[in-house]
Structures are given as C-alpha cells and as structure tokens.
Design a protein around this ligand. Structure first.
Ligand SMILES: Cc1cc2nc3c(=O)[nH]c(=O)nc-3n(C[C@H](O)[C@H](O)[C@H](O)COP(=O)(O)OP(=O)(O)OC[C@H]3O[C@@H](n4cnc5c(N)ncnc54)[C@H](O)[C@@H]3O)c2cc1C
Length: 443
C-alpha cells in the first residue's frame, strides 16, 4: 500500500524544499519585521521592499516550512463567502465589498505571478465540485447561479449522466464546474516568492522564532531565538502556526486544524486519463470534505482531507485517505502511496479572515482553509496599510476579532465538531462510509 520510499514530507518538497540555509546574521534594526515566511509574510515583504522599505522576515523554522508549502494549492475566489452564511452580519454594501475583495485575491495572485515571473506552475484548469447526495446536487445548481452572478465566474452544471466527461467516477450525484478556478505548485510558488522578495531587497531569516517584543523609543524590540531586532513596525503572519507562548492575544482567536494530503506513486497517462481526464481540481460537498487534484506535471493524484479525527498521524491518514480515494476511483485500488503529510489550516470563530492592528502590531490571519490567494493578498494589503497607500480599506480590516470564553490554545471541541461532521456524512450516505471504514480496517 505504501511505496518503499514512502515519506511523511510533502510531495511538493521533492521539487522545492523549505530553505534551511538562510541563517545570515539578523540586522540590528529594520523598518518592518514580519513574523512568518508563508505566502502572507513573503507577499508583505515583497510589496514593502519594492517600495524601498527595509523588510525583515523572521521565521521559526526553515523558510517556507508552514502551510504554504504543504497546501493543496487549489486557487479560487470567494466561493465560501457566497455559498455559506459567513457574511450574515454584513450589510448589503459591506457584503458587496467583501465579495469584490475576495475576487481581487485571485486576480492579485495571477497578476503577481505574471509580474514577478514566478515559477509557480499556475494552471487555470477549472474546478469540479462533486455532489455527495442528490440533494447536494440541487444545492450546487443554485450555487452555480449565485457564483456566476455575484463573482462573475463561468459556471456549468454537470448532471450525473455527463459526469464522466469531468471525472472518471460515478461516485458523485453530478456537480458543477467553475472554469476560471485552478491550481499552483504551492512550494514552488513559496520558493519563487522568497526569490522575488530577496531580489527586491528584503531580508529572510530562518530559525529566528519570535519570542516576544517590548516597546522602546521609536519602535519595538523584537526578541527572537537569534537575537533582538529593532523595528518600526511588526507584522504577525503566522496563521495556523501561531503559538500561545509568543503570540497569546492572537492565539486565543485562532484554531489551528490539521489537514492531511497523500500523493500516489507516478501513474501512466492512461490511468490519469481514466481518473481526471481534463486534469481539473476537484472537491466535494461532503461535510468531511475531500479535495483532490493531479500533480502539476499530470503524473500523480494528490488527495486531501481529514479522514479520522481521533488518529492524528500521517500513516493513519495515508490509510484513511487512500480508502476514500479508492471509493471515488475504484480503478486506483492497486496504486501505492508515496507521500502522506500534514499541515495546519487556521480557523477563526467567525470563519472570516482578519487584518488590522492590535496595540500597534499589524496582523493578517485566518485563512479558514482557503489561503493560497487570500493570504498572499492579505500580506500585500498589510504592506499597503504600512506604506499609507490604501485608498480603500479591505472589507475584512479592523472588524471585531472574536475569541472564545475559556479558550487559550487547547481546542478540546475539535473532535466533537469532526465527529458531528462524520455522523452527518454517515446519515446521508451510510453505505459509502461503512465501505470506506471496512477498506481502512482491512488495509
Ligand atoms: C493540508 C493543507 C491543504 C490546503 N489546501 C489549500 C488549497 O488547496 N487551497 C487554498 O487556497 N488553501 C489551502 N490551504 C491553506 C493555505 O495553504 C494557507 O492558508 C496558507 O498557506 C497560509 O499562508 P500563511 O503565510 O498565512 O501561513 P503559513 O504558510 O502557515 O506560514 C506561517 C509561518 O509562521 C511561522 N511562525 C509561527 N510562529 C512563529 C514565530 N513565533 N516566529 C517566527 N515564525 C513563526 C511558521 O513556522 C510558518 O512558517 C491548505 C492548507 C493545508 C495545511
């Protein structure tokens, strides 16, 4: 079931590993210190450095070690805002503003990749959303109309009898397609952003975990594992890797959730054609969401999700995700898994991203599972705030950032939430969930 070379490192790192060599001495002072070397921190650093401002990225581990090089790399704009009730507290004007911003995240990503000539394997290949039940298909049809009307994308409804044009499986009850959505190679994108930020003049420093800061004359003294840096501004862009010891105010507002992805061994073009003929990105309406895609070179299937809330290791995830993959694609029953890895997504209590300032410290946090384009854009917007170049504040800026009572950093409620999702999926398709459980046990 696993290849001889099976590893718990991300498949993406085969081509673009995190950078552990960035150990130059820290500067004594900088204009802007940025905590975290994901898409958000690097995008902020790039924008600042291009404006001639000294930007210094401080990363706890090797550069790019967080979610940004572990992601599924699927890119879209705004579908969660349109299709869920997260904007329910917004007035009509605010809602439109949020949707415009959300669409802007994806155009920003495309423009950034083109402008900086980033080697990121961006593919605008379309995304198929599969319906887990017939009722979900009806809901998805309404979603297709809403997405087209409110975000300007091109959608198509794919009834079950035409589903095999999009996906080599009868697992779903039809679905919808959004033509403009696509994917990147997230670790190559992160590496390319590191290169662009450096070329623009930013300093990037690995193994410089920020431990805290004090306010001093003219700025902040930022204490790190490798010494103190004096900075006029500080940006927190640590998303699902925010820790309570260094960043307690932020951590109380964030819930890191582990997600897993597996990669298959290389598959022949015939098998790939039989699985995802048009090489689309795919996700579904299951409560315990599955998301999957071809590798950018079209040779493997990468299959992600959170298969078992009670077991939290990569090998169990490999077994659970493989069972799910084979339940969607029985033709992959003999295929082995070469990689299984984990990463943290970052949920917030209102399911919205947040950017703003707390006691003079800037932050851009809360991807809620969907951050390749969003967090890149949030980093850039934070830089524009610092530069005083914002002519319209983002819709997610300076909104109340809720914490939860009695919550510091131990998310005791997560297994309950996951169990609830699992039960809902079971209630809606018991046969499938039981078959997957059996396949997992017999693996
Ligand atoms: C398995 C998985 C699949 C995903 N799939 C998708 C997808 O298909 N599409 C999509 O849009 N999004 C996806 N996401 C989400 C997306 O990857 C993230 O939203 C995005 O990468 C977050 O970028 P970031 O820069 O905010 O944070 P990160 O990339 O997580 O970077 C934060 C960094 O902060 C560092 N850090 C933390 N504390 C400190 C400290 N005290 N000092 C110094 N450094 C510190 C961490 O080490 C880390 O490197 C996925 C995430 C995961 C985990």
């Amino acid at each position: 079931m696993l290849t001889d070379t099976f590893t718990t490192d991300p498949y993406w790192w085969d081509a673009a590993p995190p950078d552990a060599a960035a150990t130059d001495e820290l500067p004594e002072e900088t204009d802007v210190a940025i905590i975290g070397s994901g898409f958000c921190g690097l995008s902020a650093a790039l924008e600042l450095a291009r404006a001639g401002v000294r930007a210094t990225v401080l990363e706890a581990g090797p550069l790019g070690i967080g979610a940004s090089s572990r992601s599924g790399g699927m890119v879209s704009s705004g579908q969660k805002l349109v299709l869920t009730d997260v904007l329910k507290g917004f007035g009509e004007e605010e809602k439109n503003h949020a949707l415009e911003d959300s669409a802007a995240t994806y155009s920003f990503l495309q423009e950034l990749i083109a402008r900086e000539q980033l080697d990121a394997d961006l593919q605008v290949c379309g995304r198929f959303f599969g319906a887990w039940t017939p009722k979900d298909f009806t809901t998805l049809q309404a979603h297709a109309e809403l997405l087209a009307r409110r975000t300007g994308v091109t959608t198509r409804v794919i009834p079950r009898h035409r589903q095999r044009e999009e996906i080599g499986s009868d697992f779903y009850h039809g679905g919808i397609l959004v033509e403009e959505y696509g994917g990147v190679h997230p670790a190559k994108y992160n590496r390319a952003l590191r290169g662009a930020a450096r070329r623009a003049g930013a300093g990037l420093h690995a193994f410089a975990a920020v431990q805290g800061w004090d306010r001093g004359p003219g700025g902040l003294n930022v204490r790190t594992a490798r010494g103190t840096v004096r900075a006029k501004h500080l940006v927190v862009s640590t998303n699902g890797y925010t820790t309570a010891d260094a960043l307690p105010w932020f951590r109380r507002r964030l819930v890191p959730v582990t997600a897993f992805i597996i990669a298959t061994e290389p598959l022949s073009p015939e098998v790939m054609d039989s699985v995802i003929p048009k090489r689309r990105m795919i996700s579904d309406t299951r409560k315990e969401l599955s998301f999957f895609r071809p590798s950018p070179d079209g040779t493997r299937i990468l299959f992600g999700g959170r298969p078992d809330a009670l077991r939290n290791d990569e090998r169990s995830a490999a077994v659970g995700l493989r069972a799910r993959m084979v339940s969607v694609f029985p033709q992959l029953r003999d295929v082995r898994i070469s990689h299984a890895w984990r990463g943290n997504v970052c949920m917030t209590f209102d399911k919205l991203p947040h950017l703003g300032r707390e006691e003079g410290v800037h932050y851009a946090l809360g991807c809620n599972g969907n951050g390749v384009a969003l967090m890149s854009w949030m980093g850039q917007q934070t830089a524009l705030n610092i530069l005083g170049r914002q002519n319209r504040l983002p819709a997610f800026q300076d909104r109340p950032f809720p914490a939860a009572p009695f919550y510091r950093d131990r998310a005791w409620f997560l297994p309950l939430v996951s169990a609830g999702y699992h039960l809902q999926d079971f209630a809606r398709r018991p046969g499938t969930v039981i078959a997957e459980r059996r396949a997992r046990r017999s693996a």
